[in-house]
Design a protein around this ligand. Sequence first.
Ligand code: 13P
Ligand code: SF4
Length: 321
Amino acid sequence: MKSVENTLKNPPRSNTNLKEEIQKLKVEKNAVILAHYYQEEAIQDVADYLGDSLFLAQQAAKVDHDIIVFAGVHFMAETAKIINPTKKVLLPDLKAGCSLADSCPPEDFAAFKSKHPNAIVVSYINCSAEIKTLSDLVCTSTNAEKIIESIPKDQEIIFAPDKNLGAYLNKKTGRKMILWEGSCIVHEAFSFEKIVSLTKSYPKAKFIAHPESESPVLEIAHYIGSTSGLLAFVQKDSAQDYIVATEAGILHEMQKRCPEKTFIPAPVEDDSCACSECAFMKLNTLEKLYRCLLEGTPEIEMDTELMDAARLPIERMLKLS
Ligand code: 13P
Ligand code: SF4
């Protein structure tokens, strides 16, 4: 019944009204909105800080507001909470998870880790807090190379949970990291054959890809980088057209920063789905963002011991970045 009452008390509004209400509520509640590039366009437009996983973790460590509204997925909001245990961290939809984080269950990972007792664990930030407690260092796609290079060359390393990013990093750094077999459903959905065929239709276009993509896709890319890396590349590069293999939300900011250029989302295997959009990221809507600011819920709540144990590898990453 509660949701029906709320619907009656707070009927859905237009995006313009919602954006105005959100601005007012932010001031009233001393809240800040951090949003990832994969969020829907309207959310990106109301964010105080818009960026990739690293930038958002860095901002989360700096903000002095009472409330952080994290417009992203659960592991990102959880990271913000771990860095700011006394602040209220809100996530517009608590079901906004991540296939990559889910592909690494803590118990299975602990067993895997115990088979390599001398290895250092580097975990990609796209994992649960429990996996972070089993890690020595955390990294994002922006700083992964730097973090790995900070470890002595002869040191055995386990990299989790993304096997595609791990394989790419092994190639780049010449290391032989032991890889956990996890992956992102969005970046694995791109079709190598269709990308090749599309590049023939746009012979002058550059093909750019996120390193969570599979290796055949990465092998044909003109440039490989994190979301912020891809964004920086299209701004400084001289091409006119780009085929982009990452979550399609980034195209909004690319188009804003380079209005004269053309950005084409890379084709996916299954034509019947919007697979280049992350269904988890898109669970957050402007309406849910407004309601979570208004009602102060849903909130990220975590056990203090879990937060304390997960904080160290994140802090190490922030210091090295
Ligand atoms: P970055 O923000 O580090 O590019 O990661 C992309 C991603 O998949 C976030 O979920
Ligand atoms: Fe997770 Fe992939 Fe979605 Fe990023 S795009 S949140 S890695 S499922």
